[in-house]
Ligand binder design. Structure first.
Ligand SMILES: [Zn+2]
Ligand SMILES: [Zn+2]
Length: 636
């Protein structure tokens, strides 16, 4: 049966189930969703159960949208909303999502926009056709979020056409009678960086992550040229666990090579990914390295991205359903779970995860409806990779900051813009507020401020303690006056030439470039300063060299390379990592429900992957493997 016929049948089926007087104008597959267009949104709103019952009957992700014809223009909508909503609601912006027929109303007091028993909101719905969604105005504005939303709005027609094409592909008829499932390692096995897996069935091929090893000049790219993957446009989809470059850095390259399918990820991952990819090519250009793709390909990626929230079960191919779950690693990070065939097989890829509650996130999910195998990260998979507790780590950091500041020095902290930076910010803010550390300035350079803004845009992805602090107690730690954003060349120059006691938190996290290198140049030769590593330093990176105690390192500057002497104190504060340590990796599996049949280890150096695999086997008697890159494992 062709997709057209399927849609025609669905239309008849749906129409039959509707109450008298309620009509639909069209049904269409758009991306993974079945969209029902309705000419009279109000009537649907009054019959709340219709959609729930239909979704149950049809076993599809159903979305009801007003017919584009009944959507008023944004200008008219804004005008109408302003007439209905009292002024003291403090509406700060309206975001139109033509994809979904939603208008997101940002207000300082969302309660007033909603009104008593939702009365005001209902009135808005009646007047404008669009579905209004009210959110609290993020306390820090993110230009990334604004640009991403604007870009999608500007390309709404093109995007609609893309979603329609993708939708038809997802809902195509299954053509093969064979049943098998395989996973192929394309990168990130027995190493950290360039994470990439291919999950394939006779019907479907999807990539899980497509990262780059930023620390490497030759082995930076996954094995995308092997016959299983090429031609690249035969791939059905790319699924991203999170926005770190070792997981998503080369996604735009796929579009350059002809990929036309969707990228699935959470909304924060989409925005952060764009930010980090733009920075990646920017840094590469500044360092005179080859740029793997142009910024146009980053925009192409955005255009093809379909966001999913945690827990949404979504058809991504005729024989594959995808669900994302909190991984506790960075904002929006996900453990991606695939249900293959109709009950044939279930496999999850953890990406990077933290099996412990942190200041920012809840611990990673390890409870699934069904699971036969799991591919787990092993960054700290070695038997000796035990990390101190969070509390110990925080005390250790406070101690270093105190001592350095007391001798008049400056603390440099290289950090990923996303994740560790915000954790460290929260720790320093508390220590300064409680008087544990003197009132010193904490400078934020690189994309840390912008990444923080993205955190406050998606509070539902933070743990409830932090959410409460930000929104309900009126005490947003990120807005503390101890933080100073280095937002101009002059400010940075001033910091570089006039050292002062304080903390400088700057990117990049493994010192592969970014503003931290400028600070190292300026502060490295003075013994009263400190350099503190709070995150994992991969082999081959400048961070790892400094950690090993190199006393001289080459630093690129204005197109040439200088050697600088390292006299500052180098510390490693373990325990802040967004990765699970060995104990947490073991207990993640131990407490996992249901118990998997097969565990594969990746995302760790060779020793860690092998050690974790053999320990899991010995302890829990579950079959384990530590695949090598290019290996294919047959699962069914
Ligand atoms: Zn990561
Ligand atoms: Zn990673």
């Amino acid at each position: 049966m062709s997709v057209e016929q399927v849609l025609d049948e669905l239309k008849v089926k749906i129409t039959k189930k509707l109450p008298v007087g309620v009509t639909i104008s069209n049904v269409e597959f758009e991306g993974p969703e079945l969209v029902i267009y309705i000419p009279e949104p109000k009537k649907f709103a009054d019959n709340g159960d219709i959609i729930r019952n239909l979704a149950k009957d049809l076993r599809k992700r159903l979305v009801v949208r007003p017919d584009p014809g009944v959507l008023a223009s944004p200008e008219v909508v804004i005008e109408k909303i302003s007439k209905i909503v009292p002024e003291d609601a403090g509406i700060t912006s309206h975001y139109f999502e033509p994809d979904t027929g939603e208008v997101i109303i940002e207000a300082e007091k969302p309660g007033i926009v909603i009104g008593r028993h939702g009365n005001t909101l209902r009135e808005i719905t009646k007047e404008i056709g669009w579905t209004p969604k009210v959110v609290r105005t993020p306390p820090i504005k993110s230009s990334t979020v604004k640009n991403v939303r604007q870009y999608l709005r500007d390309h709404k027609d093109e995007r609609k056409a893309l979603l329609k094409t993708m939708g038809r592909k997802i809902h195509r008829e299954i053509s093969s009678k064979d049943k098998w499932v395989r996973v192929t390692a394309l990168g990130g096995c027995r190493e950290v960086g360039r994470s990439c897996f291919l999950l394939s069935t006779p019907e479907t091929k999807v990539l899980i992550d497509c990262g780059v090893n930023v620390g490497s000049d030759d082995n930076g790219t996954p094995y995308l040229y092997i016959p299983e993957v090429t031609p690249i446009n035969q791939l059905d989809a790319v699924i991203l666990t999170h926005a770190h470059l070792d997981h998503c850095g080369l996604v735009p390259l796929l579009y350059k090579y002809g990929f036309e399918g969707p990228v699935y990820c959470t909304p924060p991952t989409r925005d952060l990914m764009a930010l980090l990819q733009l920075d990646f090519i920017d840094v590469a250009a500044k360092e005179g390295k080859t740029i793997p793709y142009e910024s146009a390909m980053i925009r192409e990626t955005l255009k093809h991205t379909i966001t999913l929230d945690y827990g949404d079960v979504t058809d991504i191919a005729p024989d594959m359903k995808l669900t994302m779950h909190n991984a506790g690693h960075i904002i929006g990070s996900s453990i991606v779970h695939f249900h293959v065939g109709d009950g044939l097989y279930n496999i999850a890829f953890t990406g990077d995860y933290k099996y412990e509650k942190t200041r920012l996130f809840d611990q990673a999910v390890n409870n699934f409806p069904r699971i036969e195998s799991i591919i787990t990260e092993s960054t700290y998979g070695g038997s000796k990779d035990i990390q101190p507790s969070r509390n110990e780590a925080e005390l250790h950091l406070q101690q270093i900051v105190k001592e350095t500041v007391n001798r008049g020095g400056t603390v440099l902290i290289p950090a990923f813009a996303v994740g560790r930076s915000q954790e460290v910010m929260l720790v320093l803010e508390e220590a300064i507020r409680l008087g544990i550390v003197d009132k010193i300035p904490v400078y934020l350079d690189g994309m840390i401020w912008e990444a923080t803004a993205i955190h406050t845009t998606y509070p539902e992805y933070l743990n409830s303690d932090l959410r409460n602090l930000i929104f309900h107690k009126g005490m947003n730690p990120f807005l503390s006056e101890c933080f100073e954003q280095v937002d101009s060349v002059e400010k940075r120059k001033d910091l570089l030439t006039n050292p002062r006691p304080g903390v400088i938190l700057a990117t990049s996290g493994m010192m592969n470039g970014g503003p931290i290198m400028e600070y190292l140049r300026a502060y490295g030769p003075d013994a009263k300063n400190s350099l503190v590593f709070v995150g994992y330093q991969a082999e081959g990176t400048m961070g790892r060299r400094l950690q090993k105690g190199w006393s001289e390192v080459p630093v690129h500057h204005n197109g040439r390379t200088d050697t600088i002497k390292i006299d500052l104190q180098v510390h490693t504060v373990d325990g802040f990592s967004g990765h699970s340590d060995r104990k947490q990796l073991m207990s993640y599996i131990k407490k996992m429900k249901p118990r998997p049949e097969l565990i594969m280890t990746e995302h760790g150096d060779e020793k860690s992957c092998l050690d974790l695999a053999s320990s899991l086997y010995r302890k829990y008697r579950i079959e384990t493997k530590a695949p090598m890159n290019l290996e294919t494992i047959r699962l069914v």
